[in-house]
Design a protein around this ligand. Structure first.
Ligand code: OKP
Ligand code: ZN
Length: 343
């Protein structure tokens, strides 16, 4: 299986994040990607390619032009306003407040285009996010050109980002951008299977009304876990997309037997939908020792997860999302990929 990665993705270097009422060291850090890349090479998964620049058009198929302008131009505006440290929003246009007109001040802009205060935006963020999306697109093109699988070593991750908002360490929705690109380049039906510990709220929102992209997510119950405001079992799509979103919120402490039952159901839906490509939003934060998560999957369970996906026999694009136990991240990630390839 080929891997796509660019060192430009390391330019996003968050220092601190707001979590649980404190400013704490950031967890979505460059070494995550380096650890995964090292393990890909050590275990000889396959060639590692650099992404090509796909430009803005495939991003605009998922994100609004105004949001993309915000991301591209924000750091200049922030520094021009005399700010120096990484940026955090602190006020949002919630119920009854107006999202439009879009504010002119940097603090207003941050609130308008985000949904949480836990996601630092810094000098290299836009450039890294763009490279991360190009990584997903380059891997998607490998699949379009006939590969049975490919691994997009994306960072920063993407599945929490919506059409016009960032959050959850995510800026551009890499998996959604890849899925849409595959739709635009010959695939009639694409499925996104999100196995990150956190619900992929951005991806769900982007495809919620659509029957051509199936969204399936297995994750910690949002009643007790981030992102709290999406990912409940009854969310099943709307309008023409009714029935084309499925959620499996699971309790904290879930280990492999219960996880595997949800995965079995998701695989059954994949069989019924019969997509031309499966995009796997590959978070590794269901791991038992993940520092911010509370599921109980082991290293061997990630091998089992990959094997189960391999048995679907469908062209599969793996897009890296979360996973913060940096010491075990490489092993867990490559376990999924090898499990998939090795049967
Ligand atoms: C991104 B991805 C925990 C704070 C959690 C946000 C988590 C974002 C996860 N104390 N903050 O889905 O892995
Ligand atoms: Zn996650």
């Amino acid at each position: 299986m080929k891997t796509v990665f660019s060192p430009v993705q390391l330019a996003h270097r968050p220092q601190r994040e707001i979590a649980d009422g404190e400013l704490v060291p950031a967890v979505e850090i460059p070494s995550r990607a380096e650890i995964v890349l090292d393990e890909v090479k050590r275990r000889r998964l396959g060639d590692v390619l650099s992404p090509d620049a796909f430009g803005r058009a495939p991003l605009e198929r998922v994100h609004t032009p105004a949001y993309l302008d915000f991301l591209d131009g924000f750091w200049n505006r922030w520094t021009a306003a005399g700010r120096s440290g990484e940026a955090f929003p602190y006020v949002w246009p919630v119920r009854g407040l107006r999202a439009d007109p879009v504010p002119e001040s940097v603090d207003g802009l941050l609130g308008r285009y985000s949904f949480d205060a836990g996601t630092p935006l810094g000098a290299g963020t836009a450039e890294a996010a763009r490279a991360s999306a190009d990584t997903a697109l380059t891997a998607a093109r490998l699949i379009r050109d006939g590969a049975g699988s490919a691994f997009a070593l994306c960072r920063p991750p993407g599945h929490h980002a919506g059409a016009d908002y960032y959050g959850g360490y995510c800026f551009l929705n890499n998996a959604a951008i890849a899925a849409q690109w595959l739709r635009d380049h010959g695939a009639a039906r694409v499925a996104v299977l999100d196995v990150d510990y956190h619900h992929g709220n951005g991806t769900q929102a982007i495809f919620y009304d659509r029957p051509d992209v199936l969204f399936l997510s297995i994750h910690a119950d949002p009643r007790v876990e981030y992102p709290f405001f999406l990912g409940h079992a009854e969310e099943a799509g709307a309008k023409a997309g009714t029935g084309y979103t499925r959620n499996w919120p699971l309790p904290l402490g879930t280990d492999w037997p219960a996880y595997a039952r949800a995965l079995e159901e998701a695989c059954r839906w994949l069989g019924v939908f019969s997509p031309e490509v499966v995009v796997v939003s590959l978070g590794l934060d269901c791991f038992e020792r993940d520092p911010i998560s509370k599921f109980g999957l082991t290293g061997d369970d990630f091998l089992r997860l990959g094997q189960r996906l391999g048995r679907l026999g469908l062209p599969t694009l793996f897009v890296l999302e979360g996973g913060y136990a940096v010491d075990a991240l490489g092993r867990n990630c490559v376990n999924v990929l090898e499990g998939f390839a090795g049967g």
